[in-house]
Design a binder for this molecule. Sequence first.
Ligand code: AR6
Length: 169
Amino acid sequence: MDRIKIEQTDITGLKVDAIVNAANKSLLGGGGVDGAIHRAAGPGLLEECKALNGCNTGEAKITGAYKLPSQKVIHTVGPVWNGGNNKEEELLADAYKNSLQLALKDNIETIAFPNISTGVYGFPKEKAARIAIHEVQSFLEKHPEIKSVTFAVFDEENLNIYKELLVLC
Ligand code: AR6
């Protein structure tokens, strides 16, 4: 599907309508991509996040993007991988679905996702990629308003997984 792109890049540099943050339930920053987004956006982002009262796993909230080149940041919380029998797959799918739903509501046309839960949260990368691609594809089929979804992959392993899986689509 030509509305899905892969880019090996730091997501904070992308000039899309919204970038998605792989946050934690506090929404008050952390390491990984979350830390990078807060550092690049500047303190205004944390101030706005403080007023959101956190976010449950699988849900999503939206803020401004401050010093980032994107217009908005959608913060979602992926599941911590805990063996696979704790609704991890369902919750990861929800994180993608709810982020896209929020984007649609906010008239966002171009959006970029990091590989949610595949860093500190330990979700197996290929399993996560299959879920991410499936959710994005089904959403795009239903919603032509969204013009493009970029998978901003950071590490080589995820890059190879996404390249391989997207060729099959
Ligand atoms: N741009 C794009 N992707 C990145 C970047 C970046 N600048 N930095 C890291 N990644 P992680 P999680 C990739 O750990 O597993 C935070 O502390 C990274 O290679 O950021 O959902 C939060 O506050 C990996 O593939 O997020 C939470 O506590 C992917 O982003 C916790 O980590 C996700 O890795 C969330 O864990």
